[in-house]
Write a protein that binds this ligand. Structure first.
Ligand code: XMP
Length: 513
């Protein structure tokens, strides 16, 4: 296995992701916990030293134990990792004055060709992502220059006798397009076969959950979404009936959603589940509310109250399980520390643990969405469930601009079910990141048969996206749109006009509120 020593870079997890994509097992450990004894015990086959925000020039700057360099295994130092390695091995690092580089840069090969760079420089220079203030000014003995960039004469250096490699840029990020090849070469020369799988991840995660939880009880807020579901099933595999799920039904779910979730977890998986049917409470509190932020805040607050009420009934609960993913973890860390604008108050159960005095179990913290899906698959969750489009915590409330009424919700549920049915029938579901209907707060005049109608208009939404941060509308064919509009108007009483939302994000958002 491979050891990643973390010096606190924002993107350390991406290194792990690149390696997992290459089917290599790795663990990230903060530099403080990597002692000589730890290294003996871990016995890594290769080591990666991550980037980090510190400066090696400062007193007390984080360092790996010197023993790392005596293990006789390949080492890759990235950014801060490169600098600390150079310094500890006898080179020199200087504070950047005029040599800082941030963002896109291009590296050019020096004369020497090495295995680490097989597949690189095929078309001349390579784009890389730099983010450094300090720079190496003198190489440690044994190192030679392999590639340079305008701001980093030592962009890639290596001590080939020891298989030590040092790069100034971040090969793990998307903006270093050929970075994956570099990792691939590194693990190959370290002798990894690339035979690690999600099954192994699952076993390891189960071991860690057991270790963390012991005999205590765990509660898990289940939303019916992929993340919390995968977390629940995984934890249930680890600790069985020590887990109780609480499914808060706020009356803003889609057609048949509550029944499906409850039956899957209770009947299929035999996971103890409390179905908190609190529709009256939520819909009552939302009566007359049309401001989007007020809706979100009302729902968020009630959600916490209700969850707490049910959780209090579970005796001996010490842990709260959450399906937090790695992007949630990075997003919650502020890059600049400066204030950011709230576009929408996202609703989740954050804030609960402090209030309830519970500790967190977050077995998906290191994973990205597609990895969670792979893990769900490994755990035997049905494919149709794993591939479900995301659904927001506040549910249909934010797809019903203006005042929410039970009538409107009922109409919306029916229209949405038909729209999704159409998308599935045409084989488009998996191409689309998210699709839904919004019921609009306007009624328009129509004619059906020989009669006048005066009913609601609705908008269809479908977007493609990688992460929900940006999105583009999905280019349905006119035939598809026409057929779907006809079905909705014919089959749903209360809607007589269908529109298609062709706004991208930005400037729009995916949801209507
Ligand atoms: P927007 O509308 O901000 O949505 O473009 C981006 C993605 O986030 C989902 N979303 C939410 N998810 N709680 C959630 O769990 C929320 O409050 C929430 N608001 C939006 C939205 O469905 C889309 O996938």
């Amino acid at each position: 296995r491979l050891l990643i020593i973390d010096f606190g870079s924002q993107v350390t997890q991406l290194i792990a992701r690149r390696l997992r994509e290459l089917n290599v097992y790795c663990e990230i450990h903060p530099f403080q916990s990597v002692t000589d004894a730890f290294l003996d015990d871990f016995a890594p086959k290769a080591v990666i030293l991550s980037g980090g925000p510190a400066s090696v020039i400062d007193e007390g700057a984080p360092r790996p134990p010197a023993k790392v360099f005596d293990l006789g295994v390949p080492i890759l130092g990235i950014c801060y990792g490169q600098q600390v390695m150079m310094q500890m091995l006898g080179g020199e690092v200087l504070r950047g004055e005029g040599t800082a580089e941030f963002g896109r840069a291009y590296v050019e090969p020096a004369d020497k060709r090495i295995d680490l760079l097989t597949g690189w420089f095929l078309e001349g220079r390579e784009q890389v992502w730099m983010s450094h203030g300090d720079h190496v000014s003198r190489l440690a003995p044994g190192f030679e220059v392999i590639a340079t960039s305008p701001g980093a004469p030592f962009a890639i250096t290596a001590d080939l006798a020891r298989n030590f490699f040092a790069v100034q840029f971040h090969p793990e990020v998307h903006h270093t397009p050929n970075g994956r090849t570099l990792y691939e070469n590194f693990i190959r020369l370290a002798g990894f076969k690339g035979d690690w799988t999600m099954a192994a991840y699952r076993d390891e995660a189960i071991r860690l959950i057991r270790e963390q939880v012991g005999d205590a009880q765990v509660i898990c807020g289940l939303s019916g979404g992929v993340d919390s579901s995968v977390a629940a099933v995984l934890i249930h595999e680890a600790i069985g009936d020590q887990l109780t799920c609480v499914f808060v039904d706020h009356g803003l779910l889609r057609q048949n959603e509550a029944e499906e979730v409850v039956s899957m977890f209770r009947d299929h998986y035999n996971i103890p589940l409390i179905h908190a049917d609190e529709a009256e409470l939520f819909l009552g509190a939302l009566e007359g509310v049309s401001d989007p932020e007020t809706k979100r805040k009302t729902i968020g607050k009630l959600f916490i109250d209700v969850f707490q009420k049910y959780a209090d009934q579970i005796e001996g609960a010490e842990f709260l399980a959450q399906g937090t993913l790695y992007p949630d973890v990075i997003e919650s860390v502020s890059f600049s520390g400066g204030p950011s604008v709230t576009i929408k108050s996202h609703h989740n159960v954050g804030g609960l643990p402090e209030k309830m005095g519970l500790r967190l179990v977050e077995p998906l913290r290191e994973l990205f969405k597609d990895e969670v899906r792979a893990l769900g698959h490994e755990l035997g969750l049905p494919a149709s469930f794993i591939g479900r489009h995301p659904f927001p915590g506040p549910g249909l409330a934010i797809r019903c601009p203006g005042e929410i009424t039970r009538d409107k919700l009922e109409i919306l549920r029916k229209a949405d079910a038909i729209y999704i049915d159409q998308i599935r029938k045409h084989g488009l579901y998996d191409e689309i990141w998210q699709a839904f209907v919004a019921i609009l707060p306007v009624r328009t005049v129509g004619v059906m048969g020989d009669g006048r109608t005066y009913d609601y208009a609705c908008a269809l939404r479908a977007v493609t996206s990688v992460d929900g941060m940006t999105a583009d509308y999905y280019p349905f064919s006119h035939d598809f749109l026409g057929e779907t509009a006809t079905r909705i108007i014919n089959e749903v009483k209360g809607i007589n006009r269908v529109t298609y939302d062709i706004t991208s994000k930005p400037p729009g958002t995916i949801e209507w509120e």
